[in-house]
Design a binder for this molecule. Structure first.
Ligand code: AMP
Length: 131
C-alpha cells in the first residue's frame, strides 16, 4: 500500500522542474512527436548527432516511479512512442542506438521528471566509464 502511494520510495514530484514547464507550454521545445500521454523533443545540449528525450506527460519522477504507478495505457503509449521515434529518426536499423535513463543522485539525474535519452548517429562507446 505504501509503495502504491509512492511514499515508501520517496517519489515526490516537483512541478517546477523544467520538463513540467515544457509540458505546460511555459518554455519552448523542439518536438519530434507527441501523443496524448508522451512527448519527444530534442535535447538542448545534444551529445550525439541524434539526441532526443522521451517523457511521459504524467507527473513521474523516475523510471521506477513511472513503472510502478503509471496506468498501463501510459506505459504502453510511452514504449510505442519510443519505437516510432526510433523509426522517425532512422535509428531502427542495424546501427542501433543508446537509451539512457539516469535516476537519482547515483544515476546523475539532473531533471526530476522521468525521461529516456535516445542517442545515436555515431558509435556511442562503452556503457559506463571504468572507475
Ligand atoms: P539528466 O541528467 O538525465 O536529468 O538529463 C537532463 C537532460 O535534459 C540533459 O541532457 C539536458 O541537456 C536536457 N535539458 C535540460 N533542459 C532542457 C530543455 N529546456 N530542453 C531540452 N533539453 C533540456
Amino acid at each position: 500500500l505504501l509503495i502504491e502511494k509512492g511514499v515508501a520510495m520517496g517519489w515526490t514530484y516537483d512541478p517546477t522542474n523544467i520538463f513540467a514547464r515544457i509540458l505546460r507550454g511555459e518554455i519552448p521545445n523542439r518536438t519530434v512527436m507527441e501523443t496524448p500521454h508522451t512527448l519527444v523533443f530534442h535535447d538542448i545540449r545534444a551529445q550525439a548527432p541524434v539526441h532526443v528525450l522521451v517523457i511521459p506527460k504524467g507527473a513521474y519522477v523516475s523510471l521506477d516511479h513511472f513503472a510502478a504507478e503509471a496506468p498501463e495505457a501510459e506505459i504502453v503509449d510511452f514504449h510505442r512512442t519510443v519505437a516510432k521515434t526510433c523509426a522517425i529518426l532512422g535509428l531502427s536499423g542495424a546501427d542501433g542506438f543508446r537509451a539512457i535513463c539516469n535516476t537519482g543522485e547515483h544515476g546523475h539525474q539532473e531533471v526530476p521528471h522521468y525521461h529516456l535519452h535516445i542517442l545515436g548517429g555515431r558509435p556511442m562507446g562503452r556503457m559506463v566509464e571504468p572507475v
